[in-house]
Design a protein around this ligand. Structure first.
Ligand code: ADP
Length: 173
């Protein structure tokens, strides 16, 4: 199936992903899915303890895979948790694993008929992925996935700082 309608809107947003009223926000989680620092910590803080309760039932998540939960006190409807690779220099399948994060998130978005989704820069924080390479994978995979998705209308790349936003702008222009 190939998309017939209007092109999907892809936006770069500077700010805090936990504030967004989209169908789903994506969490850059760790393998345990039991919370952590960075965007993961922020999401759990705003969602409240019920998110952790649901995450405990999921038996973790492998790197490159994704799992969906409710969003509890967050203004969005769902959280899609995915685990990006830790950057080890590029020789440990990092690019394929990061690409599969984006693909698996988009697959869940399709399954749940989501119209809007917001991504943080997966692996670009403590996991140390080089920013420009990560941005290239994010944009490439998302653009590929939307071609086969009739429902999605809006993708947001959420950037915590201006440097990251500039990297997306450079890649999307
Ligand atoms: P990872 O472990 O996958 O590297 P991090 O949470 O450490 O995940 O960082 C991923 C990206 O998310 C970084 O670019 C970081 O600046 C950004 N980030 C951290 N908190 C938030 C937030 N509340 N909203 C959006 N992005 C955030």
């Amino acid at each position: 199936m190939v998309r017939k309608e209007m092109p999907v809107q892809i936006d770069i947003v500077e700010g805090d992903i936990t504030r967004l009223k989209v169908n789903a926000i994506v969490n850059a989680a760790n393998n345990s899915l039991l919370g952590g620092g960075g965007v993961d910590g922020a999401i759990h803080r705003v969602a409240g303890p019920q998110l952790l309760d649901e995450c405990r039932t999921l038996n973790g998540c492998k790197t490159g895979e994704a799992k969906i939960t409710a969003a509890y006190q967050l203004p969005c409807r769902y959280v899609i948790h995915t685990v990006g690779p830790v950057w080890h220099g590029g020789e440990r399948n990092e690019a394929q694993l990061l690409a599969s994060c984006y693909r698996n998130v988009m697959r869940l978005a399709q399954q749940h008929q989501l119209q809007s989704i917001a991504f943080p820069a997966i692996s670009c924080g403590v996991y140390g992925y080089p920013m420009l390479q990560a941005v290239d994978i994010a944009v490439t995979e998302v653009k590929k996935s939307v071609l086969h998705n009739e429902v999605i209308e809006q993708i947001q790349f959420v950037c915590f700082d201006q440097k990251m936003a500039d990297a997306y702008r450079l890649r999307l222009d």
